[in-house]
Design a protein around this ligand. Structure first.
Ligand SMILES: CC(C)(COP(=O)(O)OP(=O)(O)OC[C@H]1O[C@@H](n2cnc3c(N)ncnc32)[C@H](O)[C@@H]1OP(=O)(O)O)[C@@H](O)C(=O)NCCC(=O)NCCS
Length: 234
C-alpha cells in the first residue's frame, strides 16, 4: 500500500517509502497507456530499450503514487516540475496533494522515494567503477575515502542529499560532508546551509547502492517495496 503524505505529529521517525522496480523481472507489459504525451516523448529520447523501460517505469511509479494519493486513475494525475533554482520546468516531479517525490534510475532499476517532507533518493549500480579518478569532485577536503566501494556509497549518499535540497548538483558534492561509509549514515554539514537538518539512510536494494535523504531532524522509518504491480497491465 502506498502511504499518504502524513508526518506523525509526535517526534517519532518520519516514514519514507522507497518503491523499487527491476525492469528485467517484469513479467507483464508496462501500462504505458497511462503516460502523458510529454512522458512518452521523454522516454523515446533514450536509445537503449532498457533505458526506455526504466524511465517509463519511474514515470508510471510517480503516476501510481499520485493517483493513490489523489483518489484518481494514475493516468489522470497532473505531474509538474519546478526547479527551485531557476523556476524552469525541470527537477523532481511534483504532484499537488500527494507526498513529495524523488526519482532515480540506474541500469535496469527505477526507484521512487515518497515522503511528507522534502526527500531525495539516489541509486547507482553496485558494480559501478571509475570514481577513484574523480575523488576531487566528490570529497570534502576533510574526508578521506580510498576504497572504490566506499567511494560509491559516499557518492550516493551525497547525491541523495543534493536531491533532497532540490538544487541537485548545482551545489558541488565537495560542499556536503557525510559520515564515513561504515558509520551510520548522517549528514555532518550541508555547506551552503549548515543550519539545514537532513536525515540520511542507506537502503538495501539488490544489485544497487541506494541512499535516501529527508529534510528533517528526526530519524527515518524507511520501508522498501516492490512496485511491479503498480506499473504493469493487470
Ligand atoms: C539529478 C542529478 C542530481 C543527478 O541525477 P543522476 O544520478 O544523473 O540521475 P538519477 O536518475 O539518479 O536522477 C534523475 C532524476 O532526478 C530528479 N531531479 C532532477 N533534478 C533534480 C533536482 N535539482 N533536485 C531533485 N531531483 C532532481 C529528476 O526526477 C530526474 O529524473 P526525471 O527527470 O526522469 O524525473 C543531477 O542531474 C542534477 O543535479 N541535475 C539538476 C541540475 C540543476 O539543478 N541544474 C540547474 C538548472 S537551473
Amino acid at each position: 500500500m502506498v502511504e499518504s503524505a502524513v508526518v506523525p505529529s509526535d517526534a517519532g521517525p518520519v516514514p519514507v517509502q522507497i518503491i523499487v522496480v527491476h525492469v528485467d523481472t517484469l513479467t507483464t507489459p508496462l501500462a504505458a497507456s497511462r503516460l502523458s504525451v510529454v512522458e512518452r516523448a521523454r522516454v523515446q529520447r533514450f536509445r537503449h530499450s532498457q533505458d526506455r523501460q526504466v524511465h517509463a517505469t519511474a514515470a508510471l511509479l510517480v503516476r501510481a503514487i499520485a493517483g493513490r494519493a489523489l483518489g484518481v486513475a494514475p493516468g489522470l494525475a497532473t505531474i509538474t516540475r519546478r526547479c527551485p533554482g531557476c523556476g524552469g520546468p525541470h527537477g523532481a516531479p511534483y504532484v499537488d496533494g500527494a507526498p513529495l517525490l524523488s526519482v532515480s534510475h540506474c541500469d535496469g532499476l527505477a526507484v521512487v522515494a515518497s515522503c511528507a517532507l522534502p526527500v531525495g533518493v539516489d541509486a547507482e549500480p553496485a558494480d559501478r567503477d571509475g570514481l577513484l579518478a574523480i575523488t576531487g569532485m566528490l570529497l570534502h577536503p576533510d574526508e578521506e575515502v580510498h576504497d572504490p566501494a566506499d567511494l560509491l556509497r559516499t557518492w550516493v549518499r551525497k547525491e541523495a542529499v543534493s536531491k533532497a535540497t532540490g538544487v541537485g548538483l548545482t551545489v558541488p558534492l565537495t560542499e556536503i560532508r557525510v559520515t564515513a561509509p561504515h558509520e551510520p549514515p548522517a549528514v555532518l554539514r550541508y555547506g551552503p546551509r549548515p543550519e539545514l537538518a537532513i536525515a540520511l539512510a542507506d537502503v538495501p536494494v539488490s544489485g544497487a547502492i541506494v541512499s535516501v535523504a529527508v529534510q528533517t531532524d528526526r530519524p527515518l522509518d524507511v520501508q522498501v517495496m516492490d512496485g511491479a504491480d503498480l506499473v504493469t497491465e493487470r
